[in-house]
Design a protein around this ligand. Structure first.
Ligand code: TRP
Ligand code: SF4
Length: 326
């Protein structure tokens, strides 16, 4: 039986962090055997928040290296940039005729962005963001889209556009469904709900053990636990949530030691840092390999773009024929 298709995408923001791993990549790696996956580098989408990047290209390459380093397999799944496959812009335009401005204004992530970025004037790119994302998904006939909770509203818009197209012109597209990532997202070092590059509260997949240790030393813990001996509350501590992901075998012990006061934050952080670095070690090694052999990375991208282009142009041929665009 034909495997179901997945379209997974990420905006290139340079080197990735542990939040990306826990919230997305770990899941992508698992899914790549069960499904036929396409991995999209959403470099057009990146322009909505980052017009000033020195180089979207470098950001894309850095992200691709992280994808490869965590175990995404380019033989199984093509990896490509949105900007290199012109069909994305074409389908985006067609889809923009199938959804109302009113509907897009109701998109909850639009409101979040306006708030988070503190912007008064919304660019069209923000409004049309989910329409472009729909083109990303449907160009590759994605049945499933692995996303976090925050992107579910975009997949819903994709379903509506797919339905609208199919009703208008005949059955072409599947109605994509979100595949929710289960693990709760990793909080930032500063105690903010999530790691984010702009908040500078991340541990990068490229961080060496020394850097991880330095960063963890500054991590926010239970403010009531000032020194060893004070009882602490692991459930409100950022470091403990890292333990729960990267040090599951000692989790009970850490919780107990924290509560009783026997475990001090310094030792707890040191232990946590070394567990995180243990996890990162093979990733760092692969990263170094790809950095040294950047031509391999470029070849992977070029190959992915040929394969992506093939799938995308087949879809566009069908769309054009159904729409009698000649
Ligand atoms: N909007 C997604 C994000 O911010 C990135 C993205 C772009 C995407 N195109 C996509 C995700 C297609 C899934 C499918 O995370
Ligand atoms: Fe957090 Fe560990 Fe300190 Fe407890 S002992 S507050 S879990 S760093």
């Amino acid at each position: 039986m034909q495997k179901k298709r997945i379209l997974s995408g990420m905006r290139p923001t340079g080197k990735l962090h542990l939040g990306h791993y826990v919230g997305a990549l770990e899941n992508w790696v698992k899914l790549q055997d069960e499904y036929e996956s396409y991995h999209l580098i959403a470099d057009y989408h990146a322009l909505t928040t980052n017009l000033n990047s020195d180089s979207i290209y470098d950001d894309s390459i850095n992200m691709l290296i992280d994808w490869l380093a965590v175990g995404l397999d380019p033989k199984k799944s093509p990896m490509f940039r949105q900007s290199q496959i012109k069909e994305h812009t074409e389908l985006h335009l067609i889809f923009s005729m199938l959804i109302t401005v009113n509907r897009l204004e109701r998109n909850p992530t639009l409101k979040d962005q306006v708030r988070d970025l503190n912007i008064d004037n919304v660019i069209y790119g923000h409004l049309g963001y989910p329409v472009l994302q729909t083109a990303d998904i449907l160009l590759y006939m994605g049945n499933f889209v692995p996303v976090g909770e925050d992107q579910v509203s975009h997949v819903e818009i994709s379903r509506e556009i797919a339905r609208k197209f199919n009703n208008q012109y005949g059955e072409v597209f599947p109605e994509p469904k979100p595949l929710l990532t289960k693990f709760a997202r990793l909080p930032g070092l500063d105690g903010v709900a999530k790691m984010s590059k702009s908040l500078n509260n991340t541990i990068l997949l490229a961080d060496d053990p020394e850097t991880v240790m330095t960063k963890l030393k500054k991590a926010v813990t239970d403010p009531q636990k000032v020194r060893k001996g004070d009882p602490g509350r692991p459930e409100i501590c950022v470091v403990f949530s890292y333990h729960s992901k990267f040090n599951q075998t000692e989790l009970e012990e850490v919780a107990k030691g924290c509560r009783s006061g026997e475990l001090g934050c310094f030792d707890c952080k040191k232990n946590c840092a070394s567990k995180i670095s243990e996890f990162l070690e093979p990733i760092l090694e692969k990263r170094k390999y790809y950095e040294k052999n950047i031509n391999i990375v470029k070849d992977i991208l070029a190959d992915g773009e040929v394969r992506g282009k093939k799938a995308a142009s087949e879809t566009m041929a069908e769309v054009r024929s159904k729409m009698k665009l000649g």
